[in-house]
Design a protein. Structure first.
Lengths: 187, 187
DNA sequence: GATATTCCTAACCGTTTGGTTAGTTTTATT
DNA sequence: AATAAAACTAACCAAACGGTTAGGAATATC
């Protein structure tokens, strides 16, 4: 009996995600979301409940995309070298959005207050833990280096990822390649 | 003839700077500034003209503080080792604020839109250029490594600074020390 | 002590914020 | 064709936004 929905929820979330990615959570208003998603406020709240709801779905959408890269990394047999490749792809992926706006996940981690919304924090924490585990798994394929533990190396790589994301918003691709080279010079 | 001002502009800017540092530019409202600075909106606009005016003065105030570290680095004769020490002090300085909120300058560089307020962008650009120059000067004191140019090394260090700032907002001091060690393992 | 000058309080401006809701349009079913 | 259920438009809400201003309170000079 109902009237058919004139928009696809996955499609409009995709657009919302792009907007959040470009502007960050705080700066993006519901009115901007209306414009970008092409549906009006009523539909936004009917489908996602709140601005936070839209944001959470946007993060999930972003993660789904990033998972393609992470799964490829997990399945690779090359050890550290494949993480280097992952970083390059990660940067390419970040630019795929528009101009260098870094990684939505790390941007959000930097943006939200330490004592902020629990749900968002949880999603971020889970994601970072998952990437760290993948890094550790990949690192285990190489022979041990210099008595450094896998955990230490994985930690360093996670922090480097934050650095890459942040730096890519300000520096050009050649400088970023220089950065990647140096990260892996003695991991 | 006039009534004496009941607040010290330098003192209230110091407080404003702390607030911007903690919350970022966008999130900080004039009402929050009123509360933190301990003066009311009228006085804020009388002294600094606008929210942007307060922010610009806050950046200058922050730079003045950071300059202590940078000047010490510039005067040091230890080459790369003194930059490492600078990074440690830089992180300590960042935490001096409250909890890890990174560096106000790099936070701002990440926050503002690429096509945003020219004045703020200029101040940021000038600061980063100055630090890069200091890095290059210090690097020149060491013997050349691996055929990498001073510029490449300085670039890498600037990018690392962004990484440090971003990562310190999310990771604990031990992890950060691990990060610093790795940065300098083969600069 | 009058006066001129500055400061401060507090109310106010129009706009935008996240969020809601009444009322209309559409449409699958009967 | 009547109807019931959902989707839409658009006006609306109170609160908060950045910014302004009138008018009373204070004070250094004369």
């Amino acid at each position: 009996m109902p009237r058919t929905k004139q928009y696809n929820e996955q499609e409009v979330i995709e657009k919302a995600m792009q907007l959040f990615w470009r502007n960050g959570y705080q700066t993006t208003s519901v009115q901007m979301l209306e414009k970008e998603m092409g549906i009006n406020k009523f539909s936004i709240y009917a489908s996602f409940g709140s601005k936070d709801g839209v944001f959470l779905e946007s993060i999930k959408c972003y993660e789904k995309r990033l998972n393609t890269l992470i799964n490829r990394l997990k399945d690779s047999g090359n050890g550290v070298e494949s993480i280097k490749e992952y970083f390059r792809e990660f940067l390419l992926f970040s630019k795929g959005n528009k101009f260098g706006k870094g990684c939505l996940i790390t941007n959000t981690a930097n943006e939200i207050d330490q004592d902020a919304d629990t749900k968002i924090k949880m999603v971020l924490g889970d994601f970072i833990d998952r990437v760290r585990t993948v890094f550790a798994t990949v690192l285990a394929k190489d022979k041990n280096k210099d008595g450094k533990t896998i955990e230490q190396q994985a930690d360093f790589l996670i922090i480097s990822m934050f650095g890459l994301s942040s730096a890519s918003r300000v520096f050009n691709p050649e400088q970023m390649e220089n950065y990647i080279e140096n990260i892996f010079r003695n991991i």
